[in-house]
Write a protein that binds this ligand. Structure first.
Ligand SMILES: *Cc1c(COP(=O)(O)O)cnc(C)c1O
Length: 375
């Protein structure tokens, strides 16, 4: 048996006829950038989240950067976020001219710790902090009640990084609807993946929507009349058409991920391994969508190479907490600054997870993990 980490071909095989038809429609229309497919997908996706406005952009990273800039965040400003995320989160902050400020995570959820956010906000006498970017890591919602409370108390904006959390829910509400902007990525391996790069901002604010729509198209108001500084960052018609088809299946795919996550966890518990392996937790009132099924173990690297020999692919999301990344040395952080994020980076390992993963494959992975611990 061989278990890949992700596998996208089966999904295409399952819905290929609808996808082919959608792509052909775009090719025959002769419209490839900012046409009707984008407009309808923006409406559909925003409605899926429960909001009136969606703005399709070229990537999840651009969704974050344009959101920050649309909120007027730039040079001299600070933005609080987690050190335990993909570097795109903080690169978007740096791209808009602001400075990322890290708050440690809760080890049980891998998400930013609201208590740590408040410590920073309390010390921020000059009011440099303008926004918080909670990242719903692995598809598990952050503690949005606490974070929303802090945002109100200290008058800072929330921009949610939902790149891993499409369809995830907190208290019955989808992620992406708690802040000024919800930022999504349609990178091919994300839960809702395009056949290339893509992203989306959702918002309830008509003015923010208008600004981002101008900014993604060089700040255009009327053709060749530009009123704000902008960039070229659009979700193209082919990707929009593909994503419109895929959006019809996202809830089924997320449910399939959740069933597979439960199966993994049940097998690990039945094997008596829940002492050696910290399993992902589900919080009451929340819906985790398992973009990634990560567990924590001591001796993670040995387990990974053992599994590799058994043809089970694994990953680390992410091996270097951002405050220790070489490229961020100038931010002035040191080892020991964020113990929970550092522990997570040392101990997490992501197991194969995708909606089409077979039960037998999960059984095989668990069995090999068992054999590793019995050695
Ligand atoms: C994938 C990802 C992004 C960036 O999305 P792109 O579409 O690749 O630019 C941002 N944040 C997180 C947490 C991600 O996982």
């Amino acid at each position: 048996m061989k278990v890949p980490f992700v596998e996208l071909q089966t999904q295409y095989h399952d819905i290929g006829r609808d996808i082919d038809r959608a792509i052909k429609g775009v090719l025959e229309s002769g419209v490839f950038v900012v046409g009707d497919r984008l407009k309808s997908f923006e409406v559909e996706f925003a409605a899926y989240c429960g909001l009136p406005y969606g703005i399709g952009v070229a990537s999840g990273t651009d969704a974050l950067e344009l959101s920050l800039r649309a909120l007027g965040i730039g040079k001299g400003d600070e933005v609080i976020t987690t050190p335990f995320t993909f570097i795109a989160t903080t690169n978007s902050v740096i791209a808009c001219g602001a400075r990322p400020v890290f708050a440690d995570i809760e080890i049980c959820s891998y998400n930013i710790d609201p208590g740590e956010i408040e410590k920073i906000l309390k010390k921020d006498r000059q009011g440099r902090v303008k926004a918080v970017i909670p990242v719903h890591m692995y598809g598990r919602p952050c503690d949005m009640q606490a974070i929303s409370g802090l945002a109100q108390k200290y008058s800072v904006k929330i921009i949610e990084d939902c790149a891993q959390s499409v369809g995830a829910e907190y208290g019955g509400r989808r992620t992406g609807t708690f802040g000024m902007c919800g930022c999504f990525s349609f990178f091919p391996s994300k839960n809702l993946g395009a056949y290339g790069d893509g992203g989306m901002v959702v918002t309830a604010d008509q003015r923010i929507c208008g600004r981002i729509k101008m900014m993604r198209y060089h700040g255009v108001r009327d053709k060749y009349y530009h009123v704000i500084e902008g960039v070229n960052s659009r979700l193209d018609e082919l990707q929009a058409a593909v994503l419109s088809v895929k959006l019809r299946y996202i809830d089924d795919w997320n449910e399939a991920r959740r069933r597979r996550a439960r199966l993994y966890s049940k097998h690990f518990c039945d094997a008596g391994l829940d002492g050696e392996i910290a399993l992902p937790e589900e919080r009451k009132g929340c819906k985790h969508v398992y973009h990634i099924y990560a567990v924590r173990v001591k001796g993670r690297d040995k387990l990974m190479s053992f599994l590799k020999d058994k043809r089970v692919a694994t990953g680390i999301h992410y091996p270097v907490p951002l405050h220790l990344e070489k490229v961020y040395r100038r931010l002035g952080y040191r080892r020991g600054d964020f113990p929970a994020a550092e522990k997570a980076a040392r101990e997490v390992v992501s197991l194969p997870m995708y909606p089409e993963l077979a039960e037998a494959q999960i059984g095989y992975v668990v069995n090999e993990v068992k054999r590793f611990f019995r050695l």
